[in-house]
Design a protein around this ligand. Structure first.
Ligand code: SF4
Length: 506
């Protein structure tokens, strides 16, 4: 029997979507979204292989694991730990494979740290890879292509600690036809979208539901971009997700904002179980949207578009970016006013970064505006780009002000109340009360931070009484608010006094 130990390493720093706050504030060992890479790779292992998965966000890495081969996956936000783990296992005589999105986008950064580098998608190379490993005659690099997904096996969720994750993942497609200048996804997965068949998708969902999962994040780059296929998929999900409310699955995914113009698709999404949509809203600055090639956000009223989605009973999680070339120093106030005017409690503001392989990176390189060396993935206020219209310090302080103002309890509460007032009704999920279990423990910690936080917890409590149909969304919003606060505190960015100033001092 051959043996492989597969690791999804810890993040360099807590991110918006982790739930590190649970461990840090309450000692509860859980994570928000299950890793999809490790169970997917495990599914390709032939029967004579024993595979063990380690999710480091949940369990410590076992450095004495007997497997001859150690596989490490990860995104750019995990790079430091990927390299650290690889060094330790090689030191212990193991053969280390590294793959995943960071390895695929920046292979040169990882090549020297492993014995086998797996670049690109696994489907077409898995057979050769496992065969070579079994023979002990492996190559130093395996390069995957852009396979059709119709033969992708069901991920090995039986090997993964799903019982400690709030949401599992299913990927129904890869790729996105848009071409945003800063996007590395399309460099890795392409602009031609590839799809799984509906039967494959429901087979994955069957397994997850049987294992007690009640939340699934569809890890598509843009689930709704191809409308005909989207409609067929949603109709299938509508037929599938018909159990009583306590057994129904709540879905989340990523879409582009133009979906708000398709009311029949929104209704299908809501009725089939979609509860949260991550949307790259980015900025109110039209010149910046044009600069970034984010054409789907242009020439429409984005505030009205977000409201439309919320009125359909789905929550929007908004991606926000500052630091485009067209952003002047007034961008921080503009962003604040823009975000506050939407029913958008959940946001993930970030500074524009140029990932390697993107057209933005190439342009910055040509213009001599890249800063090399530093790892920017662990800080919310730093970037590898030299800004065009402000100093690096202005960008840093403006962003610090913006984060503090947006996550100040009083301003967060405004957005929460706007969302609750506008949200369409949802009676299709049934969960425990908002402040039960881990969320109660989080609330207990949050109120210790002061009267403003106490008032925010009261606002959540009121909302859950007024709108019991939104308790699933309110639980998500509350937990991720606590996560954002934890992130800011860990990065030494939480400066509540700043929130009192109407504009940043730059
Ligand atoms: S819409 Fe999203 S996934 Fe598609 S290119 Fe733009 S940023 Fe990338």
């Amino acid at each position: 029997m051959h043996e492989l130990y597969l690791i999804n390493p810890a993040e360099n720093a807590p991110g918006y979507f982790g739930l590190e706050v649970l461990g840090a504030w309450t000692g509860v060992n859980a994570t928000a979204i299950a890793d999809l890479a490790t169970p997917t790779v495990a599914a390709f292992a032939p029967d004579n292989w024993k595979v063990t998965i380690c999710e480091e966000r949940l369990d410590p890495v076992d450095f004495s694991h007997p497997a001859r081969y150690v596989g490490i996956t990860g995104k750019v936000t995990q790079q430091a730990r990927m390299i650290e783990l690889a060094a330790e296992f090689r030191h212990r005589g193991k053969i280390v494979l590294i793959g995943g999105s960071y390895a695929s986008l920046s292979p040169d950064a990882l090549r020297e740290h492993c014995d086998i580098l797996v670049i690109g998608e696994i489907e077409e190379i898995a057979g050769e890879l496992f065969e070579d490993l079994a023979l002990g005659r492996y190559k130093s690099t395996y390069q995957g292509g852009k396979p059709a997904l119709v033969d992708s096996p069901v991920p090995r969720w039986d090997l993964y600690p799903l019982e400690r994750t709030w949401s599992a993942q299913v990927q129904t497609s890869r790729g996105c036809p848009f071409d945003c200048e800063f996007c590395d996804v399309i460099q890795y997965l392409g602009r031609k979208q590839r799809w799984k068949e509906p039967d494959q998708i429901t087979a994955e969902l069957d397994i997850l539901r049987d294992r007690g999962v009640r939340g699934v994040f569809f890890a598509d780059d843009n689930l709704t971009v191809m409308r005909r296929r989207t409609r067929a998929l949603l109709e299938r999900l509508l037929d599938w997700n018909t159990r009583p409310p306590d057994e129904r699955l709540a879905f989340a995914t990523q879409v582009s904002i133009d979906i708000s113009r398709d009311h029949d698709i929104l209704a299908l999404m809501r009725n089939s179980g979609f509860e949260t949509l991550f949307v790259g809203i980015e900025t109110p600055n039209e010149q910046s949207l044009a600069e970034a090639g984010k054409r789907q956000n242009l020439r429409h009223d984005m505030i009205a578009q977000v409201e439309t989605i919320v009125q359909h009973g789905m929550m929007v999680y908004g991606g926000i970016i500052v630091g485009f070339d067209q952003d002047g120093v007034d961008i921080f106030e503009r962003q604040f006013d823009f975000i506050q005017s939407m029913p958008l409690p959940l946001i993930s503001p970030g500074v524009l970064v140029a990932p390697e392989t993107t057209p933005l990176y190439a342009r910055m390189l040509k213009e001599g505006r890249l800063t090399e060396g530093a790892d920017h993935s662990a800080s919310l206020v730093s970037t590898n780009i030299i800004p065009a219209t402000m100093s690096r310090e202005q960008l840093r302080s403006g962003m610090t002000w913006l984060l503090n103002r947006l996550f100040a309890p009083i301003h967060f509460m405004t957005r929460l109340e706007r969302y609750v007032a506008l949200s369409g009704e949802r009676k299709d999920f049934q969960r425990q009360a908002l402040f039960a279990g881990p969320t109660a423990l989080l609330a207990r910690e949050l109120v210790k931070r002061g009267p403003a936080e106490y008032a925010l917890v009261r606002a959540f409590d009121r909302a859950s009484v007024d709108r019991p149909d939104l308790v699933v969304s309110l639980t998500t919003i509350f937990s991720l608010y606590c996560q954002a606060r934890h992130m800011l505190e860990v990065q030494d960015l939480w400066q509540p006094d700043l929130a009192g100033f109407e504009r940043p001092s730059l």
